[in-house]
Design a protein around this ligand. Sequence first.
Ligand SMILES: [Zn+2]
Length: 444
Amino acid sequence: MCTALTLPVVGASAANLLFENVTLIDGTGTAPIVGASVLVKNDRIDLVSPVPLKHEAGVQVIDGTGKFLMPGLIDSHVHIGANAVTEDEFQNQRLMGVRALHSFLYLGVTSVYDSGNVPDYIFSLRAEEQGGKLVSPRLFATGTTINVYGGRGGGRIRPEGTPNSPIRLKEDWAESKPLLENYFKTRKPDLQKMVIDRRGVFEPPTPIMSVEQMTSVVRLANENGIRTTIHAASEEDYSDALAAGVDEFAHVIRYPASDELLKLLAAKKIPMSTTTVVAKFIERLIDDPSFLDEPVWKNSVDPDVLAYQKSDERPAFAKTGRSLTVKATHHFLMNNVKKLHELGGVLVAGTDRGWGQTLHWELELLHGAGIPLLDITRMVTLNGAIYLGREKDLGSIQRGKLADLLLNADPTKDVKNFAAIAAVYKGGQKIDFAKLDIPINKKK
Ligand SMILES: [Zn+2]
């Protein structure tokens, strides 16, 4: 359904590379291969070999002794810049967006999916990235989300008519259809997000899309070559979304869920973005924001953004009682993650945040839930590509795929090793960390 990616990277054509004597973790979840070789020609993987390959002229050899080669990481749920600024400032935050994108590259993330943002803002960044004008992870986006009038969920509630407010469906599908069709054709979202969030578990119920409305959206999106994902909250929301044929879920259910629902989600192999870290982030931000002073945060995230988290986001979250809500539901979420994994569900690492470091925190939480590290290597690579419908081109180290690669220490031994990064490649081109617009480069 999706056309092949032909996304250039910044700079000259990529070199031909031969990674030698690496331990290969190919992203499919199969056991690592010691002493492997991977040949990259231009932007794609040309050959994967369990034994050494002959050196060819014009191929740069990279000695991977003691290192692990895996696909670049994929964060399946981010909001670039969306947590850094107020609504008024939003349109002028290109610079903050670029810095956020650089924080992902710095931490080994070569693809992100923005799960809701100002369309003009995020699609112009996407155009720059795809046009090779911006050093950035591959940027996939929905732009706006789809909801009904009075519907909640999917982040901050913005007033009607503001750039980031969702597309509101009318009662009559005939009225909504042209609006959506125009959006799909002009904006070309990579994966269209909807929102169904009736709450009613801990909060009063709110209006939601009907199954008929959701079915119509899914059908229209699919007809336009676009898959759909959805923010759902309660068991009823998930059941409605399943009935409507939604392709993916933007979160794992964070409320009590029946075994029947979890079994169904797993059996249907519907990719679900895990997003366990967002609750932990909010909880820690309210309880003790000093974690933002740790070196990895200070080195990779703009100081104004960190200050904003403490001065504005923290009291805003505190006022809504979010800390209590997330604490009350977190064990349901982690329990659901664990059960879905045991049932063979397709879990996809995602954060619902906007910086590279949160993805590593997400991986720690998944491991803490009892998921083996080798399984996590797949959740944060190939499953991410499947979530985006881009698995033909991304997500694993296999012949013909784009050479988005991460050279690091053994991620199957220690979850922290995902971030023990020696080098990052996008489309066969090494990312020059010294040129990234991140705080660590300003100290020098
Ligand atoms: Zn989100």
